[in-house]
Design a protein around this ligand. Structure first.
Ligand code: NAD
Length: 453
């Protein structure tokens, strides 16, 4: 079967480095045949890398989507606040669509999109990449086979790491809710999606609290200037000193996050970008309002609960999950890929109908026999070593989730040629749930009240 063809709308970090990059590595599955991108350098780079015809390179989504359909699918990877226009225009043209999250930045916009996409009757998948990681798939399999009995509580943490946090949510594009979206929607709607998917249910109530405590002017070191490059007296004592991170530690790294600050990744260009652009600003003197830590508490039917914590103050860039059930518990950490299942009853004994064996294990740990504590390493993530070995990996890839999502999306678009009804992953109707929870949580955070969904 001929490869699926796609048009990339927004050739930034996600459009170029996640989705179009997949096409370069899998040309027999999918090819990029058109691009819409206002930045001349980014557009030219994509045209060159994919051999896109000159008349299929547009400077904005309006021109690309004004023309008749020129590809099987459109990937919409524009900034948060530029979603409805290209998404609905692509839907009207009859494209299959893969759209970045957040799908919308307000409840009204979300419902308008859900309604219009329903009327256009086109397949729309949302880039909730965590569902396509080996790590979360393993957790889902364990829950579905009843490994911990009845789930009573799930707790998840999402810690992008201190450097990623200040890059995106203090200095970068997601620092203000009014120009992008609140932290929970921008960063953690993935977590709300995966919690919903793992539990297989929608919550009944949402409560949230959180604040911006650290990255505020009153916490600036004495004498700190507007920019790190202006001779800051606190440079050596500040974990967020920009030249140390972008110029020294990432010296041999030439992809995101460096490409977010400058297309030319030479040391001189990086320094120039820090002197002139947003990423050289003192983290205590930015126009940011994104909270630097937030907690969400969810309740489900029959008293099942879940919590999510997201924040700035960790060294590692990772997610952790604990799932507590009537007959066991699961603990997992995304960056190491490790998932440990601890059963409360010895499985072998239970299966054989024998008495439980409360021995010590080979290492002398008290507790259950070995086969009742099972650790599986699903897929360790090299990218968290970014700061240890800069340049070893090209991009973060979300623990394999980016590739997994593209593989399934492309396969579904191809399948639809012969089986038109096949549902794309993760369907808009499913993704809308995570967004509604995020909007409710933000309402709760600002009012202090529990929101009933
Ligand atoms: N799924 C995930 O895990 C994930 C991860 C990071 C970012 N995102 C989301 O992906 C989206 C893009 O993020 P990014 O980091 O790639 O941002 P980016 O700024 O690097 O890329 C956005 C691109 O859209 C382009 N653009 C602006 N106006 C346009 C127009 N009229 N027509 C076409 N293109 C236009 C910009 O020039 C830019 O190149 C954001 O909404 C972000 O929240 C999702």
């Amino acid at each position: 079967m001929r490869p699926v063809t796609i048009a990339v709308v927004g050739a930034g970090h996600r459009g170029a480095e996640a989705y179009a990059d997949y096409c370069l590595r899998h040309p027999d599955e999918v090819q990029v045949v058109a691009v819409a991108e206002p930045d001349d350098g980014r557009r030219a780079a994509l045209v060159a890398a994919h051999g896109i015809a000159a008349d299929r390179a547009y400077s904005g989504w309006e021109d690309l989507l004004a023309a008749d359909r020129i590809a099987d699918a459109v990937v919409v990877a524009t900034p948060d606040r530029l979603r409805t226009g290209p998404l609905l225009a692509a839907a009207r043209r009859g494209y299959a669509i893969l759209v970045e999250k957040p799908v919308a930045t307000s409840p009204a916009e979300l419902e308008e999109i859900v309604r219009a996409v329903g009327e256009a009757d086109v397949p729309v998948g949302v880039a909730h990449v965590l569902r396509y990681t080996a790590f979360f798939r393993h957790l889902k399999e364990l829950l579905d086979e009843g490994a911990v009995g009845r789930v009573v509580h799930l707790e998840q943490t999402e810690d992008p790491g201190y450097w990623h946090f200040v890059h995106s949510y203090v200095r970068g594009s997601w620092r203000r809710a009014d120009t992008s979206s609140p932290l929970l929607l921008a960063k953690a709607c993935h977590d709300l999606d995966v919690i919903t998917w793992l539990l297989g249910a929608e919550p009944a109530t949402v409560y949230s609290t959180g604040a911006l405590t650290q990255f505020r002017p009153e916490n600036a070191p004495e004498g700190a200037p507007e920019r790190c490059t202006d001779g800051c007296p606190a440079a050596d004592a500040c974990p967020f000193h920009a030249p140390r991170f972008y110029v020294e530690r990432l010296r041999d790294h030439h992809a995101w996050p460096v490409t977010a600050i400058t297309g030319d990744t030479s040391a001189e260009a990086r320094l120039r970008a820090l002197r002139e652009g947003p990423y050289g600003r003192c983290v205590y003197r930015c126009d940011n309002d994104a909270v630097d830590h937030q907690v969400v508490a969810l309740t489900y039917a029959a008293g099942v609960t879940a919590t999510l914590r997201v924040g700035a103050f960790t060294e590692a860039n990772t997610r952790t999950v604990r799932i507590l059930g009537s007959h066991g518990e699961i603990e997992g950490r995304l960056d190491t890929g490790e998932v440990t299942l601890r059963r409360f009853l010895p499985r072998r004994g239970a299966e054989l109908g024998g008495a439980p064996r409360w021995d010590r294990d080979a290492e002398g740990r008290s507790g259950l026999p070995d086969d009742d504590v099972v650790t599986v390493v699903t897929a360790p993530v090299d990218d968290v070593d970014l700061l240890v070995e800069p340049g070893r990996r090209e991009s973060d890839g979300h623990a394999g989730g980016d590739d997994g999502l593209m593989r399934e999306f492309v396969a579904t678009v191809r399948d639809r040629r012969v089986r038109p009804g096949v549902r794309v992953p993760t369907h808009l109707a499913d993704a809308a749930v995570s967004h509604r929870i995020a909007f409710a949580a933000e309402r709760s955070r600002s009012t202090g009240e529990v929101v009933h969904l």
